[in-house]
Design a protein around this ligand. Structure first.
Ligand code: NAP
Length: 278
């Protein structure tokens, strides 16, 4: 038994969390490393109480997910520079009741993209203007990309496009435009609503398409892009790398990345677009 009294406590907070593989992944890794640590699933829409609970119960670390990545910013005591530049937090550490925000989505996404292409100078379309879209748009901008944004709420999309010196497109205006990279950064297509997609892949031409949704491994959007001739990157790659970086922040250890990939692939393969394992 790797769990004894008073384990180190971690967890994911957000809503909804049915799709999240994080509890399954982190707990499997803790068990493999024989650590007295537990990672919980805390589905909530009350971010302030969740943070108060983190301090009061000495929860060491949270993964922060939809819809809190941006709203949590003013509620923390300190921000890591990457999270500050990204304008979003996905990892929160409790350092003696001081809450410090980090963002491992940024490097996780860049690592996944760099396996397939060097983004320097690429033309990139980001679908979405939320926490994940903002972090990825800013990181790609820092790496010399030309950024375009499309988003359901025009004002939010315009604001993000302006903040990265990019252009906003409504879906209608995308037809006929070519991009080196398209990143789908909305929750559309995520389990259990696997039939939804943010825009018709036929309306864009992309050499490479990445989805941030990782459950299912190949979303309807990625299948559509592949059918249109794009290379694709599954969201599971970003999930793997951001989780590995998060584990390093949580425990100060070198993450067992191959084991983590095996756990994720087995879980997604078995579930094939079903709910998370725990
Ligand atoms: P968020 O801040 O709430 O932003 C959501 C974005 O999606 C907004 O642009 C929103 O548009 C758009 N959207 C939501 N519902 C929509 C709908 N029905 N139709 C059209 N657009 C819609 O969320 P987030 O934190 O960025 O998370 C987005 C997704 O990324 C989640 O599924 C999350 O699980 C995933 N993610 C994956 C990884 C990974 O490691 N693979 C890492 C981070 C996040 P409006 O502006 O119009 O509301």
């Amino acid at each position: 038994m790797h769990l004894q009294a008073d384990p180190l406590l971690f967890g994911v907070i957000g809503y909804p969390l049915t799709h999240s593989l994080s509890p399954f992944l982190h707990n499997r890794v803790f068990k493999y490393l024989n650590l007295n640590a537990f990672y919980g699933r805390f589905e909530t829409l009350d971010i302030r109480s969740a943070l108060a609970g983190m301090r009061a119960l000495n929860i060491k670390g949270f993964s922060i997910t939809i819809p809190f990545k941006q709203t949590v910013l003013p509620l923390v005591d300190q921000l890591d520079p990457i999270a500050r530049r990204a304008g979003a937090i996905n990892t929160l550490l409790n350092k003696g009741k001081r809450l410090v925000g980090f963002n491992t989505d940024v490097l996780g996404a860049m690592m996944a993209i760099k396996e397939v292409m060097d983004p320097k100078g690429a033309s990139c379309l980001i679908i979405g203007a939320g926490g994940t879209a903002t972090a990825i748009a800013r990181a790609l901008k820092e790496r010399g990309c030309q950024i375009s944004i499309t988003n359901r709420t025009r004002e939010k999309g315009l604001a993000l496009a302006e903040s990265v010196g990019g252009r906003f497109f409504s879906e209608r205006d995308l037809t006929g435009h070519n991009f080196d990279l398209v990143v789908q950064a909305t929750p559309l297509g995520m389990f259990p609503n696997t039939d939804s997609w943010p825009l018709d892949p036929c309306s864009i031409k992309a050499s490479l398409a990445m989805d941030v949704v990782y459950n299912p491994m190949k979303t309807k959007f990625l299948s559509g892009c592949e059918a249109m001739g794009s290379k694709i990157i599954s969201g599971y790659k970003m999930f793997l790398y951001q989780a590995a970086l998060q584990l390093r922040l949580f425990l100060g250890i070198d993450p067992p990345i191959h084991l983590m990939e095996k756990i994720i692939l087995e879980a997604l393969d078995e579930s094939d677009g079903n709910s998370s394992k725990e």
